[in-house]
Design a binder for this molecule. Structure first.
Ligand SMILES: *Cc1c(COP(=O)(O)O)cnc(C)c1O
Length: 396
């Protein structure tokens, strides 16, 4: 198959994309229009938690598409109930609202916190978020994000998101005033380069928010659904947040996200929240299949074993090449290099022959790894060997 260049120009330009058209995927492997195969350690940005085209997902999509696709969010459907029950039973939350993207779930979390502030905190509306954080690309979630320059792009943005520093409780304390209603953070900052909030910080933050009567919101769009080796990353810290958002892995590749909250916080009145596709049975049926695969006995043990393998392998590469180590939790990891080789390595990895390797460099000196959660030990060894080879060539 050849590429129709005029066709490429029919798509709006939003980023620089390689001239490759991907046609097929299976597990940890993707295939392009020329038949070249790629070992995929991006997986749609940590989205395809079971890799490409997992049989459980295909079965759920096929079965549900033949039965019922969208009765409207104004009526109940069974798959959305089944998935909500699973999330509620596996977490500290009592109710779930389904949406279609991480940003939309976070918008819901922000609205829920502001509503709660109107009802219980005399109209307090400010939500403290963190430098370098990423919460999505809608106006409010861009404003909530701590990415440099995002506060002036598309100005005026949504106000009320003062920024604290991750793992620095005093920086949070200093921002609290009588307009503050919540603190929102990623348990592991993903886009920032895989920076975990420490267990101690999360525990202290929970204590501080309780003491000051503030809500604690965890954005687990990237860290949730087994990515860090627990179903939800907040569980590593032994805390109970008030609100959690899920995305990415919850749909395994199809558009699905969730806003989860404890009963005391569920204060939306009729008409406050909704959306045409929210909780549709086609996506939530996939969510149920994903959830049951992730929670099968032994699955997360295997994620942890593969996480340890990847961590040890990256550490060995770092030692060999005089780099600055590796970090992360479970199968969300980063290699911290000693120079800004990231983009060049990403390019060389993709152009590698006969098989390519798909990697991501969120910062110049950083490679991020987010393979399928069912990646095999052999696939990790293969990736590490190829990466070693690519670094050798880059430094020759
Ligand atoms: C990807 C991501 C989002 C945004 O999710 P979309 O589905 O792209 O809207 C929000 N928060 C975090 C932590 C993410 O990693």
């Amino acid at each position: 198959m050849s590429i129709d260049r005029a066709g490429l120009n029919a798509l709006m330009e939003i980023t620089s994309r390689p001239e490759l058209v991907f046609v097929r995927g299976q597990g940890s492997w993707l295939e392009d229009h020329t038949g070249k195969r790629y070992l995929d350690f991006i997986q749609g940005w940590a989205v395809n938690c079971l890799g490409h085209n997992h049989p459980a997902m295909i079965e759920a999509l096929t079965r549900q598409s033949q039965q019922l696709i969208n009765p409207s969010p104004a009526f109940y459907n069974q798959p959305s109930i089944d998935l909500a029950v699973r999330i509620v039973e596996s977490s500290c939350f009592d109710r779930v609202f389904f949406a279609n993207s991480g940003a939309e779930a976070n918008e819901g979390a922000i609205k829920l916190a502001r509503k709660w502030g109107q009802l219980h905190r005399k109209g307090a509306y400010k939500i403290i978020t963190f430098d370098h954080s990423f919460h999505g690309r809608t106006l409010a979630t861009m404003s909530a994000s701590g990415k440099a320059g995002w506060d002036t792009k598309f100005a005026p943005q949504v106000e009320g998101f003062p920024k604290a520093e991750l793992n620095d409780l005093d920086s949070v304390r200093a921002l609290i005033d009588d307009q503050t209603v919540a603190v929102m953070l990623e348990p592991v900052q993903g886009e920032a380069g895989v920076i975990p909030a420490t267990r101690e910080f999360l525990q202290d933050l929970r204590a501080l928010t309780r003491e000051r009567g503030l809500l604690l919101i965890v954005d687990e769009v990237q860290s949730g659904m087994g990515r860090t080796g627990r179903m939800y990353a907040y569980q590593h810290a032994g805390i109970e947040p008030d609100i959690m958002t899920l995305g990415k892995g919850i749909g395994g590749g199809v558009p699905l996200s969730a806003l989860c909250a404890r009963e005391a916080v569920c204060c939306f009145e009729h008409g406050d929240q909704g959306g045409t596709y929210n909780g549709n049975p086609l996506m939530t049926a996939v969510g149920v299949a994903i959830f049951d695969t992730l929670s099968a006995p032994g699955f997360l043990d295997e994620v942890n074993a593969r996480g340890r393998q990847l961590s040890a392998g990256l550490m060995a590469l770092s030692d060999k090449w005089g780099m600055k180590g590796e970090r992360g939790q479970g199968l969300l990891r980063a290699l911290v290099m000693d120079r800004d080789d990231g983009p060049a390595l990403v390019l060389a990895a993709r152009e590698r022959t006969p098989e390519g390797l798909l990697l991501n460099a969120p910062r110049g000196n950083l490679l991020r790894f987010m393979p399928a959660l069912n990646v095999t030990a052999d696939e990790i060894d293969t990736m590490l060997a190829w990466l070693d080879d690519l670094i050798t060539k880059a430094r020759a």
